[in-house]
Write a protein that binds this ligand. Structure first.
Ligand code: HEM
Length: 158
């Protein structure tokens, strides 16, 4: 596809991602399985996660420049949290439920890329949560995610 949009642009940009994480963490704080894990999160947490995902999806460097974050700093937040597989599955479920409620792009291609990224990132979060030391160097690059096998969004035949 010529001029394939980034996942960030196809999702609708930063405001859509901030709306998504805002609704998502409202659900998280109302969830008895996830509340104990997130009850002390910072006031900026929801925006930081939106900015992180946006940057991974090819958007502006809001997490690394605006929030002074990095991949290593993000990983550090998970170290020692002892997350369970049950919590990970609930986390994904609530995020996808939020995406549906906010009517995020729901073409098979976009949702395939979104789910693939969330599966990958959340499984790494659980692995890291069982470590006592951060496995990443401070200058480790941010992950970058793309469309995968479909190669771009759904475009109906003319
Ligand atoms: C793709 C998957 C994930 C991404 C991109 C992600 C991203 C992030 C980011 C950017 C932060 C730092 C926020 C800040 O700077 O304030 C963070 C913190 C955190 N994340 Fe994740 N995360 C993921 C998966 C998970 C999962 C599956 C869980 C739990 C089930 C989890 C639990 C936490 C916790 C407990 C914190 C620290 C909250 C606090 O400040 O008290 N994360 N995450």
């Amino acid at each position: 596809m010529k001029n394939t949009p980034t996942l960030y642009d196809w999702a609708g940009g930063n405001q859509v991602l901030e709306d998504l994480t805002k609704l998502f963490y409202e659900k998280v704080l109302a969830d008895e399985l996830l509340l104990p894990v997130f009850r002390n999160m910072s006031a900026e947490h929801t925006k930081h996660v939106a900015h992180f995902i946006g940057e991974v999806f090819g958007g502006p460097e809001l997490y690394t420049k605006h929030d002074e974050g990095s991949h290593a700093k993000m990983v550090a937040h998970h170290i020692g949290k002892l997350l369970t597989e049950e919590q990970r599955q609930r986390w994904i479920h609530l995020l996808l439920q939020s995406a549906d409620e906010l009517k995020l792009a729901d073409d098979p291609e976009f949702r395939s890329a979104l789910v693939a990224y969330l599966e990958w990132g959340s499984r790494i979060a659980v692995i890291n949560s069982n470590l006592t030391d951060n496995p990443l160097q401070q200058d480790a690059p941010m992950p970058k995610w793309g469309w995968g096998v479909p190669g771009g969004p759904y475009i109906p035949e003319q």
